[in-house]
Design a protein around this ligand. Structure first.
Ligand code: PLP
Length: 431
């Protein structure tokens, strides 16, 4: 049997150990230090780059003067969301608007602050925050609560850019700060500019399965030096500058380790190759699966969208029949789908009231049997039991996508031969 093909595996450049060794040799084995500072500079250089694109085909026309955003490295992307919300002044009783079609780390930190997430459904093209629903929600929340939502969080799901031009226009009109959740979209661009640099803040994640990894880690893109310093202060227990510990606000222990930052520096030496490989894998899936009836790859909807294709995703029409479909959901899944670490609660039933269609589950099982890891699309937050009481503005798009969608392996470890094998397995699974 072939080796298992995973959704997205961390891939080392070979340069990581040099920086880690440096941390040990100089005894900087603490949550700050030269690697952290240098990694922040690398990230700034990367996200501040801008190009002019040809609006017809998305191709680069020329380089533009870089932006001047500052980056603060943190212990996780979730920590970055949390601190961005604090910096936007989110307090108990406030509301924060967030894309519903996302991973829970976009919305959970809102609840850490005693605030309430207001979920916004997606539009068909990018699968991300629907600007029309966004404006409807802002108006309705002001009418119902007498207060403006404190922030807006669009999410680059699977790396795909959101309609940031329309979202920023609305956010600016209502004077509500935007926190871009670019955790899955590191290296994605909209109109030649990096995701995370349009809003007030931009969240990055370097978890083990993201575009680049520091084993675990994240960063916040900040508008200027002053805001970056404030984030840094919150991330290091909000200490005042006295010879003794003096605290005038509540802080957090969220700074990145200098050892982890060493991994990040190594990863930055191959980020461009990583992104190119993800795009290459996406293009190959599209080519090999284009004639499969009822199977649709999710691609860039327009030239200004330039996804990193962190994961390659597709939808399966409900009328497509898959081998073994009659047995879908007959068994309670033990452990997380794909064996992801940390799932310690056993599912209490084989089904829930909102789950992928039987044919999607059957395709996942067929791929799994062929030693290919696939996964349903993320279940929208407004359909999650834990958020059943949160306000939601929905149009059915994300729920439909969740019923029909599947994530396919991507990333540097997925070879052309693997993609051919995956495409062949998909074709062979369709009755
Ligand atoms: C991974 C992820 C995060 C959080 O990142 P961590 O580094 O895992 O805490 C936030 N938002 C989205 C959409 C993510 O996928």
């Amino acid at each position: 049997m072939r080796d298992r093909i995973y959704l997205c595996l961390a891939h080392m450049s070979g340069n990581e150990m040099k920086y880690i060794k440096e941390a040990f040799d100089t005894n900087w084995v603490v949550p700050m230090g030269p690697n952290v500072n240098a990694f922040e500079k690398d990230l700034e250089n990367f996200v501040n780059k801008r190009v002019k694109i040809n609006p017809e085909n998305g191709k680069t026309v020329k380089e533009l003067a870089p932006l001047d955003k500052k980056v603060v490295c943190l212990s996780a992307g979730t920590a970055a969301v949390h601190l961005a919300l604090i910096a936007c002044g989110v307090q108990p009783g406030d509301e924060v608007i967030v894309q519903s079609f996302t991973f829970c780390a976009s919305s959970h930190p809102i609840t850490y602050l005693g605030a309430t997430p207001v979920f916004i459904d997606s539009e068909q093209q990018s699968w991300n925050m629907d600007p029309e629903l966004l404006e409807t929600a802002i108006k309705d929340r002001i009418e119902k609560t007498g207060k403006k939502p404190k922030a807006i969080i669009p999410v680059a799901l699977y790396g795909m850019p959101y309609e940031i031009d329309r979202i920023m226009e609305i956010a600016n009109r209502y004077e509500i700060p935007v926190i871009e959740d670019g955790a899955e979209g590191f290296g994605s661009m909209f109109n030649g500019q990096a995701l995370g640099t349009f809003g007030e803040y931009g969240v990055l994640s370097f978890n083990g399965n993201k575009m680049i990894t520091t084993s675990g880690g994240g960063a916040l893109i900040c508008p200027d030096e002053e805001k970056a310093r404030e984030i840094l202060w919150y991330a290091t227990q909000a200490r005042e500058s006295y010879p003794y510990y003096q605290h005038e606000a509540i802080g957090y222990n969220y700074r990145m380790s200098n050892v982890c930052a060493g991994i990040g520096r190594g990863q930055m030496t191959i980020i461009d190759e990583h992104i190119a490989h993800h795009k290459h894998v996406q293009a190959l899936y599209c080519e090999l699966l284009k004639d499969v009836k009822g199977f649709h790859m999710h691609g860039n909807p327009a030239p200004e969208f330039d996804s990193n294709f962190w994961l390659c995703t597709a939808t399966l029409d409900p009328d497509v029949k898959i081998v073994g479909q009659e047995n879908a959901y007959k068994q309670v899944v033990t452990g997380a789908v794909g064996g992801a670490a940390g799932v310690t609660h056993t599912a209490s039933s084989a089904v829930t009231d909102c789950q992928p269609n039987d044919n999607v589950e059957a395709l996942r099982v067929a791929l799994d049997k062929a030693n290919i890891e696939a996964r349903p699309l993320w279940k929208p937050m407004h359909k999650q039991p834990v958020y059943k009481d949160a306000p939601a503005y929905v149009n059915g798009v994300s729920e439909h996508l969740f019923h029909k969608g599947i994530c396919l392996p991507a990333g540097p470890y997925v070879s052309d031969d693997d993609v051919r094998y995956i495409a062949d397995t998909i074709k062979a699974s369709i009755l």
